[in-house]
Design a binder for this molecule. Sequence first.
Ligand SMILES: *Cc1c(COP(=O)(O)O)cnc(C)c1O
Ligand code: SF4
Length: 332
Amino acid sequence: MYDDDDVLIGVDPATRLPYGVSRYYASLAEHDDPDSDPIAAQYAPREAEGDTSPLESSDPIGDRQYEVTPRLVHHYRDRALILVNDRCATYCRHCFRRHFTGHGAGRLSAGELEKACCYLSDHPEVREILLSGGDPLMHGDEELFALIDRLRTVRDFLIRVCTRMPVVLPSRITESFAQSLSYRLPAWVVIHANHPREITGEFERAVALLLRAGAPVANQAVLLRGVNDDAETLEALFRGLQRNGIRPYYLFQGDLASGTAHFRVPIERGIELMRTLRRRLSGLALPTYAVDLPAGGGKVPIEANLVRTESDRYIFRDANGAERSYPREIER
Ligand SMILES: *Cc1c(COP(=O)(O)O)cnc(C)c1O
Ligand code: SF4
């Protein structure tokens, strides 16, 4: 199995993230130098991961602060997120949930699921459940669909499956998986593609199965230095997604995760890239450029919420109208 060959690398506990890549994903790299190959950069550890800044955190978006029962994160009123599994088929070096991913918490236990269901039955405002992790598709089909079926006994939730499998291990999306999903609509699948080279024939086949099953597919990309921080790459990525029926949903500013400074792109640069893309692409191919504000400030669209730029920080307005800062000096 592809998840048996992860090797833990011994670095700072705050940045510790296992090393692991599927054979398929590694085959997309032209060579394995992370400094010059946009695919290798996403799976091959670099020394720079050891450079951490006090402005960074192992939990940059404040998941822990909104964890209402073990592994159930309720941050936004009508949506709650379950950390289904801590394993992934490939460990992204830019992972922002690195306080959890691959740290050995394993699968959601039956007891944790019952606690989560209990909370959810007391909170009718929750209409949508995000299955995340790690990658929920590291569960086998039977276990994953049993989890969805248990949740649906609480309420007819909209299910959002957040998975990188179509990108890193498209063979995981089988006919039988798609058929089982088709019995459990409404369900959306949100994937994570960052580079046009990830749009392969295998990827297209996997996505077509999901779409044919009746699950809309959306993509969340992360703006990463040396991977996709130029207009041509992003244009090709978003065009390729749109052509395959995938809605480019978010382009995220890299979160302030420990040991990821080498990936970060200045926000001014991101805004400039979006301006260029807006001239070149249909609105259907344009994602929202967003940032998850530090310390649990929440996700906000950058262009609409940037209030002003100071020498050492950006000031954003959060969803409640309050001003919150995002540091500027750790960009290099
Ligand atoms: C990002 C996120 C969501 C989903 O937000 P959308 O804007 O609907 O994509 C839900 N819960 C948590 C905890 C999140 O981090
Ligand atoms: S697939 Fe998601 S959870 Fe897993 S390492 Fe990549 S970003 Fe992190």
